[in-house]
Design a protein. Structure first.
Length: 387
């Protein structure tokens, strides 16, 4: 069996034992599809649902305080202000809000890279009814976003929106967000980011690299329940956006349940104007628990751990002549993609050996997370050696 030496920047053995005990039996390398729930999160969910069975045990202040905690934790994760956070059930919601609320005019253009995940494509394709034009920019020979062409398109005054993924779902390619941010500010282009494949495994600081709107489901790298997530809207932009759909709590004064029929028509002046209630309280209670764990570990330390895990695999692939289809270095991420001679057969062999990963765009997509041990990747190489 191939051996791999690496040292995690936190107590990996304790983390695996206490929060992810299944790691003693399973090799799960598919966080880019669905992140597993930590044990602490399972306990929070069970406790909340027990109280949900007795509604008199759930108090108004506790329930809405839970959402306040969600906004605060997410803001800390991306270095934003809690007033810029709207809770959402998935990534698509935030992208759809951006597509319908940004004040686009006849003939203006939205630019998206080809091979984006559909959540960042379909909402923009439907803007023809407003006279806006949707444009796909071809990818590079490697199948990655062509940053130079995308940045060049932002120089065109007709291009008003650049919609990009922080990290690509199929290759793990991570954009140079700083360049896009600087260009967006200079050209007065709205920068909309699908961040579901980046937040939780890559450090993100929106004070250093401002964007206009960012959307992120929490069920992958944030190790949270389905139905939890968030969108970020830059505070200077919030008042300019009139959401096409609103909930009854999008309006000022609706926190006071004793005066609900006053019907104040003024939208909230923070990002809560974009929230669609009722949100799943139990899922956000779980998200809070998982995000707290990630913040305790430190996102930079998680990224460091993932880079260390990749290195032996990269060296093995070079020795064996196996093509690496994900970038390394500045454009890399926690995702590593391999293209053996027969990716389909290799994927079946890995699954048969108890190694769970995805087959995407003709490559094996390996997506480890904070709980992954060097022995997990050793198992991958051992199986692939036999192919």
């Amino acid at each position: 069996m191939t051996t791999v030496a690496a040292s995690a920047p936190y107590d990996l053995e304790s983390l695996r034992t206490t929060e992810f005990p299944w790691t003693a039996e399973k090799t799960y390398l598919d966080a880019a599809s669905t992140g597993p729930l930590p044990e602490r999160t399972l306990r929070v969910l069970a406790d909340f649902n027990r109280r949900r069975s007795r509604p008199w045990d759930l108090h108004h202040e506790q329930m809405f305080g839970l959402f306040e905690r969600s906004r605060s934790l997410v803001a800390k994760l991306i270095n934003a202000d809690p007033t810029e956070i709207a809770l959402a059930t998935n990534t698509t919601y935030g992208i759809a809000v951006a597509a319908r609320a940004l004040p686009l005019e006849q003939g203006e253009v939205v630019v998206v890279s080809a091979r984006e995940f559909p959540a960042n494509v379909y909402p923009w394709m439907r803007l023809a009814d407003r006279g806006a034009r949707f444009e796909l920019v071809p990818v590079t020979e490697q199948g990655w976003p062509d940053e130079e062409k995308l940045l060049q398109r932002m120089e065109d005054p007709k291009v008003r929106v650049m919609a990009v993924s922080l990290t690509q779902f199929a290759s793990g390619y991570t954009i140079d967000l700083a360049r896009f941010s600087e260009t967006a500010r200079r050209t007065n282009t709205w920068l909309v980011v699908d961040a579901i494949q980046g937040v939780g495994q890559l450090p993100l600081d929106l004070q250093r690299t401002p964007v206009d709107i960012l959307s992120c489901g929490a069920q992958k790298w944030l190790l949270s329940p389905w139905g939890s997530g968030f969108m970020y809207v830059r505070k200077e932009l919030i008042g300019r956006l009139d959401p096409e759909m609103v909930s009854w709590m999008s309006f000022q004064g609706t926190d006071d349940f004793s005066r609900l029929t006053d019907y104040n028509p003024a939208l909230r002046d923070d990002a809560r104007r974009f929230e669609m209630v009722t949100l799943p309280f139990q899922d956000f209670a779980g998200m809070n628990s998982s995000v707290e764990l990630l913040l305790e570990l430190g996102i930079e330390k998680i990224a460091q751990h993932l880079r260390a895990l990749h290195q032996p695999v990269l060296e093995w692939a070079e020795r064996r002549g196996v093509r690496i289809t994900s970038p390394v270095g500045a454009h890399g991420s926690g995702i590593i993609c391999l293209a053996p001679k027969d990716p389909g057969a290799a994927h079946k062999a890995l699954r048969a050996a108890g190694v769970l990963c995805s087959l995407r765009e003709g490559s094996l997509r390996l997506a480890p997370h904070c709980y992954t041990a060097p022995s997990d990747f050793a198992r991958v190489m051992e199986v692939l050696e036999q192919q």
